[in-house]
Design a protein around this ligand. Structure first.
Ligand SMILES: NC(=O)c1ccc[n+]([C@@H]2O[C@H](COP(=O)([O-])OP(=O)(O)OC[C@H]3O[C@@H](n4cnc5c(N)ncnc54)[C@H](OP(=O)(O)O)[C@@H]3O)[C@@H](O)[C@H]2O)c1
Length: 277
């Protein structure tokens, strides 16, 4: 099901998955402000419709389309891209943002939760990327820039370093990093860029929608960065592709220490884990 406003436009087109809240909603707004036509996708159509109404008021020359989509479903993803194809005929930027978190130890997290987490955060990205490629190629054909189209993956700092009680979520983001490394080279000569953005804690609904109980030792999301800041980084990554962008100082230090001495980081994380028991 989709809601559209009709107008003809040669503006670049962005699809943001998981646009019904948090980083996805902020990203949709930042792209609209930057002159993009925007396709919003998520399961909660009422949220998307509110956001698209708001964006049309603020940016009346932009086309904004809301499409109900569950990235876990092949059929739903197929329907999403059929609509984009018929409404726009091309896609300049795909932001693979939809995802959710899981808290819990490996021992106590049910296999079904590991599967759901992988289905959304990893396989969902593959479904959308495969379906998007023909439309991204159409955008490349109409462009003379080095990069004719862009894919931006919303990973996490825990996609570079895992930690206790976050194994499921972290594994989905590690998988996303591996996928992105391969995809970047596969699409290099096709002029489709692949960038990965690695936020740290961000103020969104992530903590509420996560499965399992958040350990008390974890940084609370109220102290995280605003989703608008992450959204601006995503826009920059789409325009000036970058392998990875680490957003927080703690994230940058963590990645550096992980490279320098993973054992040292083990000891720091072990102390935190012991406190949470
Ligand atoms: N917040 C953080 O601290 C943080 C840090 C690093 C990375 N991230 C990543 O940032 C991305 C966005 O998360 P957020 O923080 O903005 O959390 P959020 O506010 O909970 O937003 C998650 C979005 O994903 C969508 N979604 C979840 N499952 C979906 C499915 N099966 N199909 C389609 N859409 C689905 C949700 O929409 P519906 O429920 O309406 O479908 C929602 O719009 C995620 O990939 C997350 O892993 C977040």
């Amino acid at each position: 099901m989709s809601t559209t406003i009709n107008s003809t436009s040669s503006a670049p087109v962005v699809l943001v998955t998981g646009a019904s809240s948090g980083i996805g909603a902020a990203t949709a707004e930042v792209f609209a402000a930057a002159g993009y036509d925007v396709v919003l996708a998520a399961r909660r159509l009422n949220r998307l419709t509110d956001l698209s109404d708001n964006l049309r008021c603020k940016y009346p020359t932009r086309r904004v389309v809301s499409i109900e989509c569950d990235v876990n479903s092949d059929l739903s993803v197929d329907a999403l891209f059929k609509t984009i194809s018929s409404d726009f005929g091309k896609l300049n930027v795909l932001v693979n943002n939809a995802g959710f978190g899981v808290y819990g130890t490996v021992e106590t997290t049910p296999i079904s939760v590991f599967q759901q987490n992988m289905d959304t955060n990893y396989l969902g990205v593959i479904r959308c990327t495969q379906a998007a490629l023909p439309l991204l190629r159409k955008a490349v054909a109409g462009s003379t820039c080095r990069w004719g189209a862009s894919i931006v993956m919303v990973s996490s700092i825990v996609g570079r370093r895992s930690m206790p009680q976050l194994s499921s979520y972290s594994a989905t983001k590690f998988a996303l990093e591996a996928l992105s490394e391969a995809l970047r080279l596969e699409l290099w000569d096709d002029r489709i860029a692949v960038s990965v953005v690695n936020p740290g804690a961000t103020r969104t609904e992530f903590g509420d929608s996560a499965k399992g109980n958040r350990p008390g030792t974890f940084l609370s999301f109220e102290h995280g960065m605003p989703s608008e800041t992450v959204a601006k980084i995503i826009l920059n990554a789409a325009r000036s592709p970058k392998r990875n962008t680490y957003l927080t100082l703690a994230g940058k230090i963590g990645v550096f220490v992980q490279w320098l001495s993973p054992k040292l980081l083990d000891m720091v994380l072990l102390r935190t884990f012991r406190k949470s028991k």
